[in-house]
Structure formats: C-alpha cells, structure tokens
Ligand binder design. Structure first.
Ligand code: GLN
Length: 226
C-alpha cells in the first residue's frame, strides 16, 4: 500500500484560500457560458467547491434534494466523510436520483470522499458506494488525519504545469477497469486521479488550492467539450 513517506509527498503546510478570497475573486470572474453544474451540499467542503465554481462564472446549484438535480449537466461530490455523506444521501432519497441522472449523461466528479462514493468497489465494508466508476478504492490509504500531505503531480490532461495536490486522510485507487483512464499517479505509481467518460475522480482536494484547472476541466467534461 502506498504511504506518504514513500511518495514525493511533503507534510501538509499549505494554507487553503479562505472563502473570502474566492468570493472576492468571483466579483472579477469572466462571464462566459459554462456548464450548469451543482455541488452535493450535505456534508464536507461543498462551500469551497461552490466558491471556485462561482469564481469561474458557473452559478452552481447547491444540491440537497432530488429536485435540485433538475437540468444539471454536472455534479460534484465533495470531500468530507464518505459514510456520513452516504447516510445523508440515502436519508434524502438522493442515491437513486444521482444514479439515474448519471445514466442519462450527467457528469459527476467525486473528490476524496466523493471518489469513494462514485466507486464500484471498496476495500472497506462501509459506505455502500454508488457503483458508477469501474474502480476499486481503499479508504484512508495513507493513515490518519495527521498523515495528510501535499504532492506536486504531473497531470498531462491539464497541461505541462504540475498540480499541487492536497491529500487529507485520502483514499487511493487500487484497481481500475479497462475503460478508466488514469490521469495522475503518485511517484510510486499509485493512481490518484482518473476519468471514465463523464466521470472524474480525484483522491485529493483541488478546491483547497488556488489552481482551478480541475474545476475548469470538469466544466468542460460536463459541457461535452473535454
Ligand atoms: N477519509 C474520508 C473517508 O473515508 C475521506 C477524507 C476526505 O474526503 N478528505 O470518507
């Protein structure tokens, strides 16, 4: 199993942009036509995703009920605690609704806990994932919260510049089916970002950096232009 100490990881020292930083940036956001996307806003760091999307001019929906999914081209399932998000998703009847919309072509980006939730298989007993992406995921693959770290990753799909990835009690992809394209790996080869059609998975937290390339990439996937 991959461990932070054997990767190009460093201990986590990054200070994420505050909501205020993104809110100020949103005032200067370009007003281009983006995909209509939403963020599952039940638990976890949905607010940070909403702010990045606002900064990109995307007018995101806060998804808490089935009707909030109407008309969406994409949905972000954020980081947080996957068992809690799954419990709330089931309590609000969102599980089947999200799977139905995915089958109709809605793009889904699962980040960290979100990646756990969109997987087809988990190495853990809990939570019950949505079974959308053909990957097997191991939760908490680097240890506990104190073992969180940051690593600069090559992500060719986003261009030549490395992506500063923040891993917080992060999962990893331990197996990926033939239709899955691995987008980024740790130095030891462990896959930590992947795409399968309109499904995107990242083990880390792009919304906690000031690099919005994963959000722009997802908006393009949702719009059908990436
Ligand atoms: N460890 C969490 C889980 O298993 C995920 C952590 C995160 O989303 N940053 O759900």
């Amino acid at each position: 199993m991959a461990r932070a100490s054997t990767t190009n990881g460093r201990k986590l020292t990054v200070r994420p942009p505050t909501p205020t930083t993104w809110a100020l940036a949103a005032e200067e956001a370009p007003k281009t036509e983006t995909a209509k996307v939403g963020v599952l806003s039940l638990q976890g760091d949905f607010l940070e995703h909403l702010l990045v999307l606002k900064h990109l001019g995307a007018a995101p929906a806060e998804v808490r009920k089935e009707e909030h999914l109407a008309g969406l081209q994409g949905l972000i399932i954020p980081g947080g605690e996957s068992t809690t998000i799954a419990t709330l998703m089931d309590a609000w009847g969102l599980r089947d609704a999200i799977c139905r919309r995915a089958a109709q072509g809605m793009a889904i980006w699962g980040s960290c806990a979100g990646m756990i939730l969109i997987a087809s298989r988990l190495q853990d007993d809990r939570p019950k994932p949505l079974g959308l992406m053909d990957i097997t995921v191991a939760r908490n693959a680097f240890g506990r919260q104190v073992d969180s770290f940051a690593a600069d990753l090559a992500v060719p799909a986003l261009g030549p510049k490395a992506f500063h990835a923040i891993f917080i009690r992060a999962p990893v992809i331990v197996q990926a089916g033939p239709r899955v394209e691995v987008l980024a790996r740790l130095q030891d080869g462990t896959p930590v970002a992947a795409r399968q059609g309109k499904l995107l998975a990242t083990a880390f937290h792009p919304e906690l950096t000031d690099d919005d390339r994963f959000h722009r990439y997802f908006l393009d996937i949702a719009k059908g232009v990436a």
